[in-house]
Design a protein around this ligand. Structure first.
Ligand code: ZN
Length: 301
C-alpha cells in the first residue's frame, strides 16, 4: 500500500510516499503547481467560471448552483459540454501536467442525475442518435480521452463514493475511465467515520469494480474546522485499518496543510492501546497502516 497527503498548501508532511496538492479548487481558486506534488484539479465545479450564468449545468430540478438543495451541490457546476470551458481546462491541465508529477482530476463529469438539459446538450444528444445516458457517457469518456492524449504523466480519476449509480448520475463508466486512468481515488471525505462498516464496504466494492489501482481519501481537517467538527484520531485509525484490509492500494489523508497532517500523525502515534488492539484486524494490509504509524513514531521521537 501507498500513503499520501491531499492538501491545500504546497508543503509536504514527512512520513508519506507521495503528496497531492489542490491546485484548482471548486471555488475556482488556482495556485501554482509544484514539481514534487501531484496536482488535483476540479474541472467542471468552478465558481469563477460559474460567473457566466449561461454556462451553469441545467436540470428539471434547477441549475447546478450552490443553494439548490435538490442536489448535494456545494459549488456552481459548469455544463460538461460547455465548449469554451472544456478548451480552457484542457489547456490548463496540459500546462499543469508539464509542471508537476501528475494530475488528479475531480468533477470531470456531469453535475448529477438529470443534468444537463441546456439547449446545447439537448441538441448534441438528439444529433448523436444515442440514448440519453449513453450520450452523457460518451461526452464524459471522450473528454477524458482528450485529456489523456494531452498529458504525459500520471493521470488519476477521483470518483464520488457511489459505486452503483455513477453512470446514471454523472455519466461515468468505470471501465471507460480505466482505459485512460493510471489509478482511481475514491473521495470518501466525511466529518465522521463513526461507522467504519460502511466505508469498509465501499472500499471493498470499488476494489471489486475498478480495473486500475484504487486509492481512498479520508478527511482529517480543512480550513475553519473546530476540533469538535473533525473525525477523531481513533475513528481515522480504525477506518484506515478496516478499509486497508479490503485490498485497496492506498490511502490519502485530506487536510488544509502539512501542519494539520502533523497534528493528526501525533494523535495517531499516541493512541497506543488502539494500535495494539488493531493488530488483529487483518493481515498484511492492516499491518501496513500500523507500520506507517510506527514509522512516524520513529520520525518524530
Ligand atoms: Zn449542457
Amino acid at each position: 500500500m501507498k500513503f499520501g497527503t491531499f492538501v491545500y498548501e504546497p508543503e509536504k508532511a514527512e512520513g508519506f510516499d507521495f503528496h497531492v496538492l489542490r491546485v484548482k479548487q471548486e471555488t475556482g481558486k488556482r495556485i501554482s503547481p509544484v514539481s514534487d506534488m501531484a496536482s488535483n484539479i476540479a474541472v467542471f465545479a468552478d465558481n469563477v467560471a460559474g460567473k457566466n450564468p449561461e454556462w451553469i449545468s441545467q436540470s428539471l430540478l434547477g441549475p447546478a448552483k450552490f443553494g439548490n438543495n435538490n442536489y448535494n451541490i456545494y459549488w456552481n457546476v459548469i455544463c460538461a459540454t460547455q465548449p469554451e470551458h472544456r478548451v480552457e481546462q484542457l489547456n490548463y491541465i496540459q500546462e499543469v501536467d508539464r509542471l508537476s508529477p501528475g494530475i488528479w482530476l475531480n468533477s470531470q463529469y456531469f453535475a448529477d442525475h438529470g443534468h444537463c438539459i441546456c439547449r446545447r446538450c439537448v441538441k448534441h444528444w438528439k444529433k448523436s442518435g444515442l440514448g440519453w445516458l449513453e450520450w452523457r457517457r460518451k461526452e464524459v469518456t471522450d473528454y477524458i480521452a482528450q485529456i489523456r492524449e494531452n498529458t504525459k504523466k500520471e493521470l488519476v480519476m477521483c470518483l464520488q463514493p457511489d459505486p452503483i449509480t455513477a453512470y446514471e448520475r454523472y455519466g461515468v463508466d468505470f471501465d471507460d475511465l480505466a482505459k485512460y486512468a493510471d489509478a482511481f481515488n475514491i473521495v470518501m471525505l466525511s466529518k465522521s467515520y463513526a461507522t467504519p462498516w460502511y466505508w469498509e464496504m465501499l472500499s471493498r466494492g470499488f476494489k471489486k469494480l475498478l480495473k486500475k489501482p484504487v486509492y481512498i481519501s479520508l478527511y482529517v481537517s480543512a480550513y475553519g474546522d473546530k476540533t469538535e467538527d473533525i473525525p477523531s484520531a481513533t475513528e481515522l485509525l480504525i477506518n484506515s485499518v478496516r478499509c486497508a484490509r479490503t485490498g485497496i492500494d492506498g490511502i490519502l489523508y485530506f487536510a488544509a496543510s502539512a501542519k494539520n497532517i502533523l497534528d493528526f500523525q501525533k494523535k495517531l502515534i499516541n493512541n497506543f492501546d488502539l494500535r495494539k488492539r488493531l493488530k488483529n484486524y487483518g493481515k498484511k494490509p492492516a499491518q501496513e497502516v500500523l507500520d506507517l504509524v510506527s514509522n512516524w513514531e520513529k520520525l518524530f521521537n
